[in-house]
Design a protein around this ligand. Structure first.
Ligand code: ADP
Ligand code: MG
Ligand code: ZN
Length: 481
């Protein structure tokens, strides 16, 4: 696509499955991967004469998510029936929210400095799943099976304004939104299991124009990579249509992962008429402001705040901070280590990222599989900071003991002869002696020949047979020259 000629406009509709133990309107389990049709009851299979009862936890989670996305939680909202016919929808309608959603008018500040406004957040129930048995590419499926375990699972749909302007920004939006939902504890964010699903609305407009072009809505875009690729594909497809003087038609398209393309599903004329009307079996949702405020107060720390603390207070760089924030368990472990040793957070971050997780990932294990704990990381950081051992020995000689021994690291280092000479007084004296011994080199170093510092370090190390703490040697040298 010619970016000097066209601008991309994207709005995302994200369905997030709420992490409740039970479904939205009945007490069936939401457990993923259960035996097909084992988590069902008369309500979620739509037998006659049953009534839905709203899951309070789902409501609480929806409010939390909405607040974390800076939305106004509406004290009055209601449920509506959205009618359509499909074999995975036993009632023939879905209970959703139409004109009065639970929350509206929010925004998300992205870490690239951009802002994406959020139009609304509403609650709805999920449909079941069709399993196309015996499907093959040439002949399709002989028959299909319906699994209603997912029918009635609580979702929130988060609809953005058309504020997103590129594939990268769309991806970032989904990544950061996902992390917020994870931090709130309302969604497990598992894209592979379908706990987060994304529809991409995309159009092009002439550069600088403030009139939106006609959009296509792409369904079934279920990975970060697919989001990016589907958008890039549509940019190309739509710009080619416009370039050849044609018109983009409003339609729903499907992302075909295997072929890396989108194909038409249905045009606007064929669009479903959902014939929404208020759900007669549920009262309008009238919320008590105090209760809503309590729920919002219980939100806890969100990724953006955490990142700010890590960068501004702990002086981590953006990348270090991001790695710790992206992985909730890792971030928690970091916080715990800091509680035991707060002198040098950067040291803790580098131990956790470069030593601990490097080892865990390499061996495909987690912290629980080892004996390592926060105190031990604190002990290690302190020993490194004090120059008792050098950085180089940790990976080389200490790794197994770090993870699997319960003996004090200090003792292990002593027994293994890993300790360095860290007697500051003795080192300083030696540094003084060396400086006096090489007056010419000293003069050159002072005149700006920085390379000579290594020469001095070398000389001093020689005196200590390489066993002096490099940290203390360097500090002493800096102080005395
Ligand atoms: P629908 O319910 O038919 O999907 P909505 O008005 O709810 O329609 O819009 C759905 C999404 O489409 C929103 O995220 C919105 O930001 C986005 N959108 C609307 N118009 C455009 C457009 N011209 N180009 C790109 N995205 C758009
Ligand atoms: Mg839509
Ligand atoms: Zn049920």
């Amino acid at each position: 696509m010619n970016k000097n000629k066209y601008e991309t406009v994207i709005g995302l509709e994200i369905h997030a499955q709420l992490k409740t133990k039970t479904k939205l309107f009945c007490s069936c389990s939401t457990q993923f991967g259960s035996e097909p049709n084992s988590n069902v009851c008369p309500i979620c299979t739509a037998l006659p004469g049953v009534l839905p009862v709203l899951n309070q936890k789902a409501l609480e989670y929806a409010i939390k998510a909405a607040a974390a996305l800076n939305c106004t939680v509406n004290l009055y909202s209601k449920f509506d029936r959205k009618q359509y016919f499909y074999p995975d929808l036993p009632k023939g309608y879905q209970i959703s929210q139409y004109d009065k959603p639970v929350a509206s008018s929010g925004y998300l500040d992205l870490s690239d400095g951009s802002k994406v406004r959020i139009h609304r957040v509403h609650m709805e129930e999920d449909a079941g799943k069709l399993v196309h048995a015996g499907a093959d590419r040439l002949h399709g499926s002989d028959y299909s099976l319906v699994d209603l375990n997912r029918a009635g699972t609580p979702l929130i749909e988060i609809v953005s304004e058309p504020d997103i302007t590129s594939a990268e920004q769309a991806k970032l939006y989904v990544q950061e939104l996902r992390l917020i939902l994870l931090y709130c504890g309302v969604c497990d964010g598992n894209l592979e299991e379908g706990s987060l699903r994304c529809d991409v609305n995309i159009s092009l407009k002439p550069k600088g124009s403030n009139v939106l072009g006609t959009r296509a809505e792409i369904k079934n875009v279920n990975s970060f990579k697919a989001i990016q690729k589907a958008i890039e594909y549509e940019e190309k497809r739509q710009s080619e249509i416009l370039e050849s003087g044609g018109k983009v038609i409003q339609e729903t398209r499907l992302w075909e992962e295997a072929k890396g393309r989108t194909i038409s599903m249905r045009s606007k004329e064929e669009a479903n008429d959902y014939r929404y009307f208020p759900e007669p079996d549920l009262r309008p949702l009238v919320l008590d402001k105090n209760i809503v405020d309590e729920i919002i107060k219980s939100l806890g720390i969100l990724p953006a705040q955490k990142k700010e603390t890590y960068i501004n207070q702990y002086k981590l760089n953006t990348e270090e901070a991001y790695i710790l924030i992206e992985d909730i368990e890792r971030g928690k472990f970091f916080d715990e280590c800091i509680k035991h040793y707060s002198t040098n957070p950067k040291r803790i971050a580098s131990i956790i990222n470069q030593i601990v997780y490097a080892y865990l990932n390499e061996n495909k294990i987690t912290l629980i599989d080892t004996k390592l704990n926060a105190q031990r990381i604190a002990e290690l950081a302190k020993m490194l900071d004090q120059g008792i051992i050098g950085d180089n020995v940790v990976k080389k000689d200490l790794l197994e003991d770090l993870f699997y021994s319960e003996e004090s690291l200090r003792k292990i280092c002593k027994d293994k002869g890993l300790e360095q000479i860290s007697d500051e007084k003795a080192i300083k004296e030696e540094v003084k002696a060396i400086i006096e011994e090489f007056p010419n080199e000293l003069a050159e170093l002072k005149a700006g020949k920085i390379k000579l510092k290594a020469f001095f370090v070398g000389q001093i190390m020689k005196r200590f047979k390489g066993k002096a703490s490099a940290l203390i040697v360097n500090n002493a040298l800096d102080e005395l020259i």
